[in-house]
Design a protein around this ligand. Sequence first.
Ligand SMILES: Cc1cc2nc3c(=O)[nH]c(=O)nc-3n(C[C@H](O)[C@H](O)[C@H](O)COP(=O)(O)OP(=O)(O)OC[C@H]3O[C@@H](n4cnc5c(N)ncnc54)[C@H](O)[C@@H]3O)c2cc1C
Length: 430
Amino acid sequence: MPNPNPYWWEGISPYEEQPAQLPTECDVVVVGAGLTGCSAALTLARAGVDVVVADAEDPGFGASTRNGGMIGGGYRLSFEEMAERYGSEIAHRLLHESHVDSLEFAAKRICKEKIDCDYNVHGRFRGQWNSAEYDASARSLDELRKLVPVNIDMVPKEKQRREIGTDFYSGGMMLHDHGGLHPGKYQNGMLKAAVHAGARVFANTLVTSVERSGLEFAVMTRRGTIRAGSVIMATNGYTRRRFSSLKRRVIPVWSFVVATEVLEPDLVDEIMPGRRMCVETRHRHCYFRLSPNSKRLIFGGRAAMSKIRQPAATRTLHNLMSEIFPQLANKKITHSWAGQTGFTFSMMPHIGEVDGVWHALGYSGSGNAMAPYLGHKAALLMMGNKKGQTAFTQTTLETRPWYRGRSWFLPFAHNLFRLTDMKEDITRGR
Ligand SMILES: Cc1cc2nc3c(=O)[nH]c(=O)nc-3n(C[C@H](O)[C@H](O)[C@H](O)COP(=O)(O)OP(=O)(O)OC[C@H]3O[C@@H](n4cnc5c(N)ncnc54)[C@H](O)[C@@H]3O)c2cc1C
């Protein structure tokens, strides 16, 4: 059986800087010690705010140390779709912040805080599922270039093998500014920076409720109550049902990842000649990359959208990987893990405040740049700093009458996506 813990956990040391005593009061409590929470805490602590971060598990236990380690910008919604919902000015700002500002911010924070996380601008290859999709992507890229300064090119199928050793895709899109990093080291670096700036971070401290009393909040935790002036919820896909209003707005969608055994150097060169981060456009949404030491393939995807057992997830991902790279069919899987992403109904992240409690979440599968960025923005907004302005306060965080926080519909959605992929295969002649 493969190790059920993320491959990334092997490269990091456990958190040992926890203060002995939970304080009874502070300026701000941040709920959740992932990338959002730690980044918010870092910004607050640097500004002299007395901040306490409480996580139900170890810091980084959520998606932040379980992810694929790809860092880039952009969301699936087109400019037209965003403009229809939010107006063209906000759509323009959303595009700029998601493609440019968030990535620049995360790269600067890595550099400034000296976070040693194997960050490298490898470029991201987005494999196009069929030739119709390739043409549509080329057209949308022409439009995007008019709106935002992006460094993206199309890679026709005949040139694809320079980037990735397979003919599986009908060409691709190369996002040159996107990078890769070691998520465990990235999260730990962000955590350390927050702690060294003065934030007090508590593991195994489940927050059970947040109640307003006058001008302050009573934050109830498993270890005691903290009186705080403000609260930030940074719980994304791990938001608990007891926070029902948020829970009804952030859908936890599972994503599964495996790591192969160490591969022969020739095989590594054959399958990943360009050393790119790779994703694809089909709904299966496979994503893969080499480990930072270039010895293993890390392969993720939607084996399902809800929780399934590890052997089934491992088998599905191994099959998907072997379809793309038949040379890997006999290779062993050494690690197989899963994590919860936080999707919104709008498919866009959101930052906001309800009755004095702030939240930054809903990264919809792409948070390595956006989570630290919006954590930072939430901290600035809370302090009344104009630099906190962001178009992500304008996105919507709606719910649906049929969603009470239990994701009963995800298995149906998964099957629907699979059918859509199959239909595309037939109608578009793959
Ligand atoms: C398998 C997988 C692959 C991914 N791949 C990529 C990728 O390659 N690139 C990319 O950009 N993004 C990727 N993502 C998304 C990215 O990891 C997330 O968007 C990002 O990590 C979110 O960070 P966060 O701090 O908001 O949430 P999390 O890291 O999920 O942290 C939330 C924390 O809140 C805590 N918590 C919840 N409720 C409470 C409570 N009541 N009290 C106390 N603590 C609480 C949890 O314990 C958890 O630690 C992936 C996600 C997954 C799961």
